[in-house]
Design a protein around this ligand. Structure first.
Ligand code: HEM
Length: 309
């Protein structure tokens, strides 16, 4: 096909496209004539993106902290994008499932291996100063992180293990929400009173969380895996990808994060050892105690017994 013929085919297809929505092709072609050519900065919205880094202090390392968190939120968004494709794919094939899961795992691998930016990329003295302006905010309040959890597994695996016996698939979402494992970090242990950090988080996001919990009840990653034909559920590549994802999110990332918290909050010899979010963080953040496991059926009894050790 020469260039002219090719243009004619494309024009015909454009005409069909606009006929279908009752629009004049001619008008749209004229619009094309006058439209501005696209540039990199308009397409990526560079100016908007680079105007979002706003410090609360004059300390230069606060910029590292802000920007690395923003990078995390962008990657979380990329992860949710892939998860959504798995969840909403009908008659999903193992190749597609495995390939998308590996995309997600690569993103989490990147977040894990880049944690040195937090661990070694800020002066402790500066961190201990600017963190006071962040109290009582905490990464704990990352809503996308919670959406990732809800999209990954059945709610029972996110419920505090002390309450798992009282919850099954018929339990109201609201009740399950109140017993999620992370509620422990935002509640006074003895009185059960919620901290300001948790109250604010729920005030903004609880409605969205309940909706997301319900939406993903039957289409989270674990449910999609269980809906595969029996033979596909035994696919070794897919199982490897599922286990890799579970391990990266719930052990590797968590341990990197905990080590950073220990370095700044505990070992710096500065401050009072309290987290900005105010949790009993050393215990709460350890995978051994938290026991957040997205796909427990894919681990052996022994592996489960030594989770996070
Ligand atoms: C110097 C760096 C960091 C320190 C010292 C730190 C410390 C903490 C602490 C102590 C907690 C427990 C809750 C609290 O009382 O605040 C927490 C939770 C959390 N942080 Fe960080 N964090 C750091 C960086 C990050 C980064 C870069 C992210 C990425 C978004 C992040 C995301 C989270 C999340 C999602 C939680 C909740 C985890 C869970 O519920 O298991 N943190 N962080």
């Amino acid at each position: 096909m020469d260039n002219n013929e090719n243009s004619e085919v494309i024009l015909k297809e454009i005409e069909l496209k606009y006929q279908a929505i009752n629009q004049k092709t001619e008008t749209h072609l004229e619009g094309l004539l006058w439209s501005k050519p696209i540039t990199y900065w308009d397409y990526i919205h560079t100016d908007a993106l680079l105007s979002l880094q706003i410090q609360r202090t004059t300390l230069p390392d606060e910029m590292v902290f802000i920007m690395y968190h923003q990078v995390n939120e962008l990657i979380f968004k990329m992860i949710l994008w892939e998860m959504n494709q798995i969840s909403y794919s009908e008659n999903i094939k193992t190749d597609f499932f495995t390939e998308r899961l590996m995309r997600i795992s690569r993103y989490f691998d990147m977040l894990t291996t880049s944690f040195g930016i937090m661990e070694d990329g800020m002066e402790v003295d500066q961190y201990m100063k600017f963190r006071n302006t962040l109290t009582p905010a905490s990464g704990f309040q990352s809503a996308q992180y919670r959406f990732i959890e809800f999209s990954s597994t059945d709610l029972i695996n996110l419920v505090d293990h002390r309450y798992r016996d009282s919850i099954d698939r018929n339990t109201p979402f609201e009740f399950a929400f109140e017993h999620l494992y992370w509620q422990a970090a935002g509640k006074e242990y003895h009185t059960g009173k919620k901290s300001f950090l948790l109250e604010e988080f729920e005030r903004k996001y609880k409605g969205m969380f309940l909706k997301h919990m319900e939406e993903y009840n039957t289409i989270n990653i674990w449910q999609k895996f269980k809906q595969l034909p029996d033979l596909d559920q035994k696919n070794s590549e897919l199982i490897k990808a599922m286990r890799h994802y579970d391990h990266t999110v719930n052990i590797t990332w968590v341990m990197q994060h905990l080590n950073v918290a220990i370095k700044y909050i505990d070992q710096s010899g500065k401050g009072n050892g309290e987290a900005t979010g105010g949790s009993d963080w050393k215990k709460y953040m350890h995978p051994k105690y938290q026991r957040r496991i997205f796909f427990p059926e894919l681990w052996s009894v022994d592996e489960l017994a030594h989770w996070g050790e």
